[in-house]
Design a protein around this ligand. Structure first.
Ligand SMILES: C[S@@+](CC[C@H](N)C(=O)[O-])C[C@H]1O[C@@H](n2cnc3c(N)ncnc32)[C@H](O)[C@@H]1O
Length: 255
C-alpha cells in the first residue's frame, strides 16, 4: 500500500499550486534525451513510476518510446491522461494507481522514477525495488532520482532550512530530519498554516543504496549528479559535482 501521507500531500499540493498542469519544458525534453542516451539510443518500452502530470512521459513518447505512466493521485494524473489523448510519435498510456499494487502483464526495457523516490521506510523502498526487477526484461535497466543526505543535511548551514518562501497563493518550507535522513518539504496556502502538508523523502548516498539493494535482485551500475540549488545566489547549478548535488540519477540493472 502507498504511504498514508503521500496521497494527501500530493493531492493538496496539486489543489493549492496546480503543479500537475506545468507545461512540457526543455527540462522534460532533456530528461527524455538522457533516457535515450542511457539506453544507448535504443527505443523501447518504458514504465514510469510516480509520473505526476505526465510531462516526462509525454516527452519520452514524443521520441518514439512506448510509455506506461503510473500515478497514484487521480487529480494529478488528469493532466497525464490529457497528454496521452493527444497524438504522439510513440504511445503513452496512463494508469491511475498505486505502484505497490498495480498488476502489469507486460515487461519493460526501462523502468524510471523521476523525483519522489524515498516516500516510505527502507522496507517499502526494497519492496518497490523488487517489483521493479519483476517488471524488467532480462537486459533491461532502471533508473531512479535519489535525494542526497549531504545536500539536505546542509540546508541548515546554508540558511535554507526553516525559511518560508511564498509563490502564488502558496507557502513552502524545507527542513531535514537528521535521525531519519529525510528531507521534509512542507506546503500550505497563504494564511492557512494549520492545514500544512509535508512531503518526507528518505535521502540515500550511493553507499546506502548498495545496502538497500541487498536481496532485491538489482545492482547499482552508475550514478550521475543532477545539480544543486545555490540559495546564496538563488540559482540552480546544473553541473554541480556529486558531493554537492541535491539528487543523483542511479542506474540499476538486474543482478
Ligand atoms: C515529487 S512528485 C514527482 C512527479 C513527477 N515524477 C515529476 O518529476 O514531475 C512524486 C509523484 O509520485 C506519486 N506517487 C507517490 N507514491 C506513489 C505510489 N505509491 N504509486 C504511484 N504514484 C505515487 C505522487 O502522487 C506524485 O505525483
Amino acid at each position: 500500500m502507498d504511504q498514508p501521507w503521500a496521497r494527501d500531500f500530493y493531492a493538496k499540493q496539486n489543489e493549492w499550486a496546480d503543479v500537475s498542469r506545468d507545461p512540457i519544458t526543455d527540462m522534460h525534453c532533456r530528461n527524455a534525451d538522457l533516457v535515450q542516451r542511457l539506453a544507448g539510443g535504443r527505443i523501447g518500452r518504458v514504465l514510469e513510476l510516480g509520473a505526476g502530470g505526465g510531462q516526462n512521459a509525454a516527452a519520452l513518447a514524443d521520441l518514439g518510446y512506448s510509455v506506461t505512466a503510473v500515478e497514484l493521485v487521480p487529480s494529478v494524473a488528469q493532466n497525464a491522461l490529457e497528454l496521452a489523448a493527444r497524438p504522439r510519435k510513440g504511445q503513452l498510456r496512463v494508469i491511475v494507481g498505486d505502484f505497490y499494487e498495480v498488476e502489469l502483464a507486460e515487461r519493460f526495457d526501462i523502468v524510471c522514477y523521476w523525483d519522489g523516490f524515498g516516500v516510505g521506510s527502507d522496507d517499502d523502498q526494497q519492496r518497490l525495488l523488487r517489483r521493479i526487477v519483476g517488471w524488467l526484461v532480462p537486459d533491461g535497466f532502471a533508473f531512479i532520482e535519489v535525494y542526497t543526505p549531504w545536500y539536505w543535511s546542509g540546508i541548515a548551514r546554508s540558511g535554507m532550512a526553516g525559511r518560508e518562501t511564498q509563490f502564488g497563493g502558496v507557502c513552502r518550507r524545507y527542513d531535514f530530519d537528521a535521525n531519519g535522513s529525510r528531507m521534509l518539504d512542507t506546503w500550505w496556502p497563504v494564511g492557512r498554516e494549520t492545514e500544512a502538508a509535508t512531503q518526507s523523502l528518505r535521502c540515500y548516498s550511493p553507499a546506502d543504496l548498495q545496502l538497500l539493494l541487498k536481496d532485491t535482485g538489482l545492482s547499482l551500475e552508475s550514478v550521475e549528479p543532477r545539480g544543486a540549488y545555490d540559495p546564496a545566489r538563488d540559482r540552480f547549478v546544473e553541473d554541480a559535482p556529486l558531493e554537492e548535488s541535491m539528487q543523483y540519477l542511479a542506474k540499476f540493472v538486474p543482478a
